[in-house]
Ligand binder design. Structure first.
Ligand code: TMP
Length: 205
């Protein structure tokens, strides 16, 4: 595949949406076709799944059901959006990908690690991003920045602490793929760090 695949990860209120927009524009100015997408919700089916997953009224769903719905969203998204775009040589910028699954389902929900890993590989055909940007922020600060809280954001702060710890573990075990950034810096400082890394990506891709 000849495209470039960049995933943005982070806890609630980490500023992913702002940064994905900035980096999309940056790549477009370099003459690249860019697909900016997200999980859950990057396909028609995914939009419906996102509504179910984040809607407050579905709060009684069992953790394994929730995990399977996130995995279904991811499989559809990978097969219908991400892989076709990469095959065409486009830049795919994805707001959350499989590492969200590991951080939230394995870390936050404490589901069985092996099952989550197996499901992750199955749903994505083991397709890993070229770069994963982790916008790291203490949960209390991130949650304070979020507006109306959805079902996931309303989890106790310990849940979000486990999510953050799992992200940092993932980053430590994949240092080449991960770029960890302190998300409490200004948006300009953060985007400058990401752009610097993207310059290197463009040289190798
Ligand atoms: P967001 O797209 O507005 O960040 O909201 C998505 C929420 O879903 C966020 O709380 C993280 C959560 N999530 C999971 O729990 N598992 C997953 O696999 C993904 C992609 C997201």
């Amino acid at each position: 595949m000849s495209g470039i695949f960049i995933a943005f990860e982070g806890g609630e209120g980490s500023g992913k949406s702002t940064q994905t927009q900035i980096i999309k524009t940056w790549f477009e100015k370099k003459g690249r076709d860019v697909v900016l997408t997200r999980q859950p919700g990057g396909t028609d089916l995914g939009k419906q799944l996102r509504h179910i997953l984040l809607d407050l009224s579905s709060k009684e769903v069992a953790p394994i059901t929730e995990a399977l719905l996130f995995a279904a969203d991811r499989a559809e998204h990978m097969h219908r959006v991400i892989r076709p775009a990469l095959t065409k040589g486009e830049v795919v910028i994805c707001d959350r990908y499989v590492d969200s699954f590991i951080a939230y389902e394995k870390g936050g929900r404490q589901l069985d690690a092996e099952e989550i890993d197996r499901l992750s590989h199955w749903a994505t055909d083991s397709l890993a991003p070229d770069l994963t940007v982790l916008l790291d922020i203490p949960p209390k600060s991130g949650l304070a920045r979020s507006g109306d809280l959805d079902r996931m954001e309303m989890q106790p702060v310990e849940f979000h602490e486990r999510v953050r710890a799992t992200y940092l573990e993932l980053a430590a075990s994949h240092p080449k793929r991960y770029l960890v950034i302190d998300a409490q810096q200004s948006p300009e400082e953060i985007s400058a760090i990401i752009k610097e890394r993207c310059v290197l990506l463009l040289m190798t891709k």
